[in-house]
Design a protein. Structure first.
Length: 454
């Protein structure tokens, strides 16, 4: 019968389901099962927009089990969900009269006052809740976080309540939940360094917890502190060996410091620890090795690792993009490049790099109409963030179509953007690559101008 009731529920035949649950409930004498069936019926009435009958289910449970305080709490929770806070007041008073404990009542009254916009009353109760050592750190953190969200204006959380979260951490120094909640508050306030300082002690308390390291590494990435990301990942790997991200980010730190072979060795070490079932993680590590070899102009090894990456995860858009572009740049296996670019575009048609690659493959295959269509789409996707490469490619395509004036205009735009990129970058390697592109583009532009004069 219960299976049939669930079937009616899932197919939207609510009245039939309610009748069956009614029958089941009448046969129950225990509170827990009776209350659960009543809640299911209430959900069915809610789904069919019969809120009065939904409420009646909770009140029927209270009538059947008047000594069960939890039945009243369930009704209060339902009324809060419907934002009918004033109607909860008599039930709260009844619980108080029945000597329901202060520790249990306080959260209900906090939510009641918040619902009625009585912020000062809610705040006073929250302060009491904070200092109550019979209340868990997790419960305190949740209540204060809910209060903080109710006080936000716009996107930023107010900072004037941060001291209360710090107090929870002070009272419960070994409780991860207090630190994680406070760190989340700081993170939403863009205080990433402070968030790191709050969570850092957990490296000593619960070093095997991935949430600790993920929190710290995420904040370090937000700070754009590559050295700290590297240090945290190496530290995390002492305790957790099966998370591909730690190998991935640590390898970036090694590579950017010139330790190329060490970066590749670490990634291969990661592949020895990441389970075969984690195709996404293994694919990312294979891809990273391929990218490093690509930067070293070791193309044979690059393609070998790109192939391994796609074996592990055929839908790795980053690999589909890089592999297709690398083949197109070398005029190799253009049919294969087009298949990979098409797959990548199908998976993520708004990926700027993927669209640019798709256009470039069409250009290399001589299909200039589609090349221009997708190159224009790439530039539209980029908007104000369009790069010199995007306009250089557009110019190349237009020149191949015989649209010489449009091509020169696109190339001039590319040169201006390259100049801006040179001023913005601090990397000597990036500057050298951009300068090389600028020199080659200027030569092509000069040659195009001379051809037109002839």
């Amino acid at each position: 019968m219960q299976y049939l009731a669930r079937t009616y529920f899932s197919t939207g035949e609510y009245d039939k389901a309610i009748r069956l649950y009614d029958h089941l409930q009448r046969g129950e004498s225990g509170y827990a099962r009776y209350a659960r069936l009543g809640e299911i019926k209430a959900t069915l009435y809610e789904a069919s927009q019969r809120l009065d009958q939904a409420e009646a289910q909770y009140r029927a449970t209270i009538k059947a089990f008047p000594e069960e305080a939890e039945a009243k709490v369930a009704l209060i929770g339902w009324l809060y969900k419907q934002e009918r806070f004033a109607q909860a007041q008599p039930i709260l008073a009844q619980l108080k009269a029945e000597a329901y404990s202060e520790q249990q009542l306080r959260p209900l009254f906090i939510q009641y006052h918040l619902g009625l916009k009585q912020q000062d009353l809610a705040l006073e109760l929250l302060k009491e809740h904070l200092e109550d050592m019979q209340t868990s750190a997790e419960d305190k953190a949740i209540r204060w976080y809910q209060f903080l969200l109710s006080q936000r204006k716009g996107d930023q959380l107010p900072e004037k309540y941060n001291s209360y979260f710090a107090r929870i951490v002070e009272l419960h120094p070994d409780e991860p939940s207090a630190k994680f909640t406070y760190a989340q508050v700081l993170r939403l306030q863009n205080k990433f360094a402070e968030s790191i300082a709050v969570v850092r002690p957990l490296c000593r308390i619960t070093p095997e917890d991935p949430e600790v390291w993920n929190s710290l590494i995420g904040d370090a990435i937000s700070l754009e502190d590559n050295q700290l990301v590297f240090e945290l990942c190496r530290e995390a790997l002492e305790f957790i060996r099966t998370d591909w991200r730690y190998y991935f980010y640590a390898s970036i730190g090694l590579y950017t410091s010139g330790q190329v072979s060490e970066a590749i060795h670490l990634l291969k070490e990661g592949l020895a620890h990441i389970p075969e079932a984690d195709g996404q993680g293994r694919s990312q590590l294979y891809a990273q090795i391929g990218d490093i070899y690509s930067e070293q102009n070791q193309i044979k090894e690059t393609f070998e690792y790109y192939e391994l990456a796609l074996e592990a995860n055929p839908d790795n858009v980053g690999v589909l993009n890089n592999y297709a572009y690398s083949l197109a740049e070398r005029d190799q296996e253009l049919d294969k490049a087009e298949r990979m670019a098409a797959r990548g575009f199908k998976l993520d048609g708004d990926n700027l790099n993927m669209v640019d690659t798709y256009a470039w493959v069409f250009y290399k295959r001589g299909n200039y109409t589609l090349a221009k269509l997708y190159q224009t789409k790439a530039i539209d996707l980029a908007g104000d963030e369009a790069t010199g490469v995007l306009y250089e490619h557009l110019g190349d395509i237009e020149f191949a179509q015989g649209e010489y004036d449009a091509a020169r205009e696109a190339w001039q735009r590319a040169l201006a953007l390259y100049d801006r990129e040179l001023q913005a970058t601090e990397s000597d390697e990036s500057k050298a690559k951009t300068k090389k592109r600028v020199e080659e583009l200027r030569r092509r532009l000069t040659k195009a101008n001379k051809q037109e004069k002839k």
